[in-house]
Design a protein around this ligand. Structure first.
Ligand SMILES: NC(=O)c1ccc[n+]([C@@H]2O[C@H](COP(=O)([O-])OP(=O)(O)OC[C@H]3O[C@@H](n4cnc5c(N)ncnc54)[C@H](OP(=O)(O)O)[C@@H]3O)[C@@H](O)[C@H]2O)c1
Length: 433
């Protein structure tokens, strides 16, 4: 039995600890609770409340008796918790929870990329006005501390571009198409069976998930006001096994690449299937691994890589933010100097090399016809590739282009789409050299 002085010491220790209310006990929430419970005695953090809808079915014996359970978010806001962790996902009631938490003087931590991409600036303003901490390190690249590295470790540089692989589902699907030679639909079905893809995979394969992460990355790393609406998102649904064969002939493979580039006072942000060199770091990324490469005016390229998803890695990022919140609570005067975000016009126009794949009903003169259209738009061909052995009724071949502005290529492709020899619309992918 503890002595009176031990109980008093424990109470004093508890009073100095940062009280954490966790909302959303799912994949990430459970891992966060487990880390906090496992470190109970020595940690500056104390898990005091867990909230989830229909909470009774979530209660577990590994959670200590000193944790209060609730299924009412308003109850959490009325507690004496110092920090609220939002791990429900979705825009509402997540936004309202964090807004009310900050308004009532509580710090806030979230792993919710949609929320931060959409309302991050508003919440940050609210937090800054009240001298409170808002942590969202888990929103991008899960367990890879890329946001804190960009905002602190590389604060001395002027970053000009960020390029990354930010979605594990697309990695899995593209790797399966590449190695098993299967269709997109079969690779997606496999990914769903293996638990790597949601029942509704649209956000992942059509680029919206990576787009939200890119908007946050660009805001933090390039100091630009961004929103998901400014990100051009193109799906990986049209990528076929034949594209990997042609890409391999050229020394490349295909990945879903997220790019944010500053140029001429504009910002270009895109998520799209892209040819990357076979010997690059991007080509070696697999499964739930994420990779981000930043380019700075003074420091050159810096690469961040690691586990981009999953309960454990994401929970580590959340708990790291909670430790920051506890630190800010102990040293409230030490507010980090924030670099102002500036407004830049978004542009969809960027100069790059391109890969074009056509499937045609073969007849003489097709390549000359395509070259004619491209030349009229002042676009130079780089290479033409055609593998033998395909039916003339559905013949796939590839043209690669020297660097040209997408604004020049798009009208040329619109003209090309009118030709009756096309079996399907051409597939266009940028090439990263
Ligand atoms: N999983 C990852 O690898 C990962 C990685 C990076 C970031 N994130 C982000 O982390 C957040 C949580 O993801 P997750 O994978 O842990 O999701 P999850 O497994 O679906 O967990 C969400 C939890 O929140 C609860 N919840 C949902 N809406 C609620 C509401 N209105 N009121 C109360 N409780 C509610 C759910 O309850 P029910 O059990 O009733 O559904 C569930 O327990 C999301 O923003 C996600 O984008 C996840």
């Amino acid at each position: 039995m503890a002595t009176l002085s031990q109980v008093r010491a424990a109470r004093r220790a508890d009073a100095s600890r940062c009280r954490v209310a966790l909302v959303g006990l799912g994949t990430v929430g459970k891992s966060v609770a487990q880390i906090l419970q496992g470190q109970r005695d020595e940690s500056p953090l104390q898990l005091t409340h867990i909230c989830n809808r229909n909470v009774a079915r979530k209660q577990a014996s590994w959670v200590g008796p000193d944790v209060a359970w609730s299924d009412d978010i308003r109850e959490v806001l009325a507690t004496d918790a110092d920090v609220v962790v939002e791990l429900m996902g979705g825009l509402e009631p997540a936004f309202e929870l964090l807004r009310c938490a900050l308004q009532s003087g509580k710090a806030a931590v979230t792993a919710n990329k949609q929320l931060i991409a959409e309302f991050g600036l508003e919440l940050q303003q609210l937090a800054d006005d009240r001298g409170l901490y808002l942590g969202f390190g888990a929103c991008v690249a899960g367990g890879v501390p890329v946001l804190s590295a960009l905002s602190d470790g590389l604060a001395g540089d002027q970053l000009t571009s960020l390029r990354g692989i930010l979605n594990g589902t697309c990695n899995y699907i593209l790797s399966r198409i590449e190695h098993a030679g299967c269709s997109f639909d079969d690779a997606l079905a496999e990914a769903q069976q293996a638990g790597f893809a949601e029942a509704d995979p649209g956000d992942d394969v059509d680029g919206l998930d990576a787009g939200a992460k890119l908007a946050i990355l660009a805001r933090v790393g390039l100091h630009v006001q961004t929103s998901l609406k400014q990100v051009t998102c193109r799906s990986i649904r049209d990528v076929k096994a034949i594209d990997f064969q042609y890409a391999a002939q050229l020394g490349y493979t295909i990945r879903q690449i997220s790019t944010a580039v500053l140029s001429n006072d504009m910002i270009h942000m895109a998520v799209e299937p892209t040819l990357v060199p076979k010997n690059s770091g991007f080509a070696k990324v697999s499964g739930s691994q994420n990779l981000v490469v930043s380019s700075g005016q003074f420091g050159g390229e810096t690469t961040f890589g690691g586990c981009g998803a999953g309960g454990g890695p994401t929970a580590v990022a959340v708990v790291s933010d909670l430790l920051q919140a506890a630190h800010r609570r102990s040293y409230p005067s030490r507010r980090p100097a924030r670099t102002a975000v500036i407004s830049r016009k978004a542009t969809t126009d960027v100069e790059t090399s391109h890969y074009l794949r056509f499937v045609v009903r073969d007849r003489p003169g097709i390549i000359a016809t395509l070259a004619g259209v491209l030349s009229r738009h002042d676009i130079n061909l780089d290479a033409v590739l055609q593998q033998p052995g395909y039916s003339k009724a559905e013949l796939p071949f590839v043209i690669t282009l020297e660097p040209c502005a997408t604004s020049r290529l798009q009208p040329a492709l619109a003209e090309i789409c009118e030709f009756d020899f096309l079996v399907e619309s051409p597939v266009r992918m940028p090439i990263v050299t």
